[in-house]
Design a protein around this ligand. Structure first.
Ligand SMILES: [Mg+2]
Length: 279
């Protein structure tokens, strides 16, 4: 796999100009292969090292943005130097003081009642898993055969549980009961970008509905890449997590080459001056 040609040109030109980069990546389905059990999702060691090296290059920083809770994400990522954003943009840790949305405490209380109601609703649906998070509830149905036949039916039933100020959002084999706040992964990425100072170019790579919200939020100013098939608002697409590796390698190479050529052009006049007396 190689980088989409438009993205390669943009990356090379940006690296040559010495622009700062913020590389934002979703976790499940982007960095970790989707597994039948969510708890089995792992960041492969080689990919972790690659992200760590990339984030150490001058002018490059990495942030992982996920629907998972921050503590869960931290356990799974362990990428030194990277920032993390959990629960679809409701928190950010890294590049400065830890931040969480001011409504977190209220949403945490409300999510308890919603999770309990969702548990009662799905009692007769074997395989459904309810995950209560700090500011949302995820209803996973990947392992529920009855729901796989009619996911929309479960969605309609869950909609009936929502109190005002909450909304239902779909993802891959999951319904999310989320606060109705206009807040998502794109907002967390923009916050991380502001923390890096002016002029940082954003690259955001993701595979699911909440990433699509992020692609739309970031707009054309960002480099956006969809992983896998499906309609997308992203500017480019790659096939799967393995292709994300190739993309990371190309980014790293572009950055190193730009760094080398700028250091060569800086040192060339000095070295020719030093050599002059020996001729
Ligand atoms: Mg994902």
């Amino acid at each position: 796999m190689s980088l989409p040609s438009g993205l390669r040109r943009a990356v090379t030109a940006s690296a040559a100009r010495g622009e700062k980069w913020l590389i934002a990546l979703d976790f499940d389905g982007t960095l970790a292969r989707l597994r039948r059990a969510r708890s089995a999702a792992r960041l492969p060691h080689g990919r972790r090292l690659m992200l760590q090296r990339l984030g150490r290059l001058p002018g490059v920083r990495v942030v992982i943005v996920s629907g998972r809770e921050l503590a869960d994400l931290r356990r799974r990522c362990r990428i030194r130097g990277a920032a993390l954003s959990g629960e679809h943009g409701m928190s950010l840790t890294g590049f400065g003081r830890a931040w969480s949305h001011p409504a977190t405490a209220r949403l945490h209380r409300e999510s308890a009642a919603l999770a309990a109601a969702a548990s009662r609703l799905t009692l007769g649906m074997p395989g459904v898993e309810i995950e209560r998070k700090r500011t949302s509830v995820s209803v996973h149905w990947r392992k529920a055969p009855a729901v796989r036949r009619d996911p929309e039916g479960l969605g309609r039933a869950l909609s009936g549980l929502l109190r005002s100020g909450w909304r239902l959002a779909g993802g891959k084999c999951v319904w999310e009961l989320r606060p109705g706040l206009a807040r998502g992964k794109g907002d967390a990425i923009l916050l991380a970008q502001r923390r890096l100072g002016p002029g940082a170019r954003v690259l955001f790579i993701g595979d699911d509905a909440t990433d699509e919200e992020g692609f739309r939020k970031l707009g054309r100013a960002a480099w956006t890449v969809r992983v896998g098939p499906g309609e997308t608002a992203a500017r480019w697409r790659v096939a799967g997590p393995v292709d994300v590796d190739a993309l990371l390698v190309e980014l790293s190479t572009a950055r190193r080459q730009a760094g080398l050529s700028s250091s060569t052009s800086r040192t060339r006049p000095r070295s020719s001056t030093r050599r002059a007396p020996q001729r």
